[in-house]
Design a protein around this ligand. Structure first.
Ligand code: GAP
Length: 464
């Protein structure tokens, strides 16, 4: 447990120290369940999102993209079942008033609480297992009864009642924006089944106990793709999507032993099957993304909700039916976190312990850093700036650094996972070559300036 906490703390500390992830509103004492991505965090996020978009849109002739709004007609959340059923079981410690998720507390002691269970059933399980359960803050065992707490986040957008009795919701999942645009995509793009719609965007949930850094937040980003299929092909397409997502995740450079599939034990009533790709986070394997077979539930509900048919017309056979949906749904934050954990490496270099992030070059926030050996030698600084500008024309994620001694600059770049560093020294002025250092091995080689950019372009071009 201590080792696991140590690793988690080391990653959280590095993420903050090196500008990946900051707690939100920190100078005001923070704001639970919300994080900000710093200068390198946003680059890492963007690289992950770009690779997801490539896999899910550009590499596929059968999938198109979408960017739907965060706010939607509140009737959408009624039709989807979220206003009634999108809840977690809440308990409160009577001693210190810490609120917790009863199902998670039970899970931690090896008891599964079914999503469909009524409050009284979860209460019963809690009482049966109370010897193993305690308040995470004060350690007492005196809790209120379980109460279902709805996770939708309300706003007063367009609600002028004054008492928030006509709320609009911030979306709880991005896929609802896809379902309600399915007909628009059909009418504008005329795709044939099977086809998919992909989108990346923010989602909001009033999580009772946001925890584990960016793993469970109240504001987070999802990458979702909904694939519309003929009913009889649902399970075949589902298998294909699972294989496709597994390979796509591996292509991000994860160590395969840190990934596993887990089937959901308790399915929501409309789902045919659901599997998660779990990553081995510092506390153990936990959900990073899911692949779900959702049947015709979503389009049927929205067709009933809006009172309009959402059928698909097969032009050749004349058949009309509601397509079934298989979905891939992942979190940007959870993937960033998993990539940070997977890349985090400690080794010994030059007799010293060092920490570095062994990112696949295409994911690294900075691909190459250029240094003048000495900051106060104008001729070295000018030459290094000249080389840096040339590289940046082809590789925008490059940086210039002349702060501190060379050893410190290498360490800083190691900690943000920069695969290559280039040093301009006095010899450069004579022989037109620079020192190129490899992050993983620490090895250095001389390379001609004119060969540098093509070498780097080739070395960082590892997107599968
Ligand atoms: N449309 C299906 C759906 O939203 P989900 O399992 O609730 O399914 C999908 O969420 C993914 O979104 C998760 O696998 C996770 O990566 C991410 N996610 C869900 N809740 C989250 C939270 N509170 N904080 C961060 N990421 C979250």
């Amino acid at each position: 447990m201590k080792d696991k906490d140590d690793k988690l703390n080391k990653i959280i500390s590095l993420a903050k120290r090196r500008g990946f992830v900051f707690p939100s509103s920190e100078i005001y004492g923070g704001f639970a369940g919300v994080y900000d991505f710093g200068p390198w965090g946003v680059e890492l996020e963007n690289n992950i999102k770009a690779q997801w978009w490539k896999k899910m849109v550009y590499d596929r002739d059968d999938i198109v993209g979408l960017d739907s709004s965060i706010f939607m007609n509140p009737k959408i959340w009624e039709a989807s079942g979220h206003t009634k059923g999108f809840s977690d079981p809440l308990i409160e410690c009577k001693e210190c008033h810490t609120r917790s998720r009863a199902d998670k507390m039970l899970e931690e002691v090896g008891v599964v609480a079914d999503e469909k269970m009524e409050e009284a059933e979860i209460d019963k399980l809690l009482k049966e297992n109370i010897d193993k359960i305690k308040c995470p803050t004060c350690g007492k065992k005196d809790f209120t009864d379980v109460k279902k707490f709805n996770l939708l986040v309300k706003s007063n957008l367009g609600d002028f009642t004054g008492d928030n009795s006509d709320p609009a919701y911030l979306r709880g999942e991005t896929c609802q924006g896809i379902y309600v645009n399915y007909k628009n995509v059909l009418d504008s793009m005329h795709p044939k089944l099977p086809f998919g719609i992909a989108q990346i965007g923010k989602a909001f949930r009033n999580e009772i106990s946001p925890r584990q850094f960016i793993f469970r937040g109240r504001e987070f980003e999802q990458m979702e793709m909904q694939y519309f299929v003929r009913p009889e092909e649902e399970m075949k397409e589902y298998e294909k999507l699972r294989d496709y997502r597994w390979q796509s995740v591996l292509d991000l450079g994860f160590k395969e032993e840190n990934l596993q599939w887990k089937q959901h034990e308790n399915l929501v009533f409309y789902a045919k099957d659901a599997w998660d790709i779990e990553y081995n986070y510092p506390w153990g394997f936990d959900e990073m993304e899911g692949v779900h077979a959702r049947g015709d539930y979503d389009l049927t509900q929205h067709s009933k909700g809006c009172g309009k048919p959402l059928d698909y017309l097969d032009q050749e056979s004349g058949e009309k039916f509601i397509p079934h949906i298989v979905e891939s749904s992942g979190g940007v934050g959870r993937t960033v976190f998993a990539i940070l954990c997977d890349a985090y490496t400690e080794d010994e270099l030059g007799g010293e312990t060092r920490v570095f992030l062994k990112f696949k070059p295409s994911l690294a926030p900075v691909k190459v850093a250029v240094f003048p050996l000495l900051k106060n030698k104008i001729e070295l600084v000018e030459k290094a700036r000249e080389i840096y500008k040339e590289i940046k024309k082809e590789i925008p994620q490059a940086m210039f650094d002349d702060n501190g001694n060379i050893g410190k600059r290498y360490r800083r770049q190691d900690e943000i996972g920069t695969p290559y560093c280039v040093t301009v020294d006095f010899e450069t002025l004579e022989d037109g070559a620079v020192t190129l250092r490899d992050r993983d091995t620490g090895e250095q080689q001389r390379i001609k300036i004119e060969e540098l950019t093509p070498f780097l372009q080739n070395a960082i071009n590892d997107v599968d």
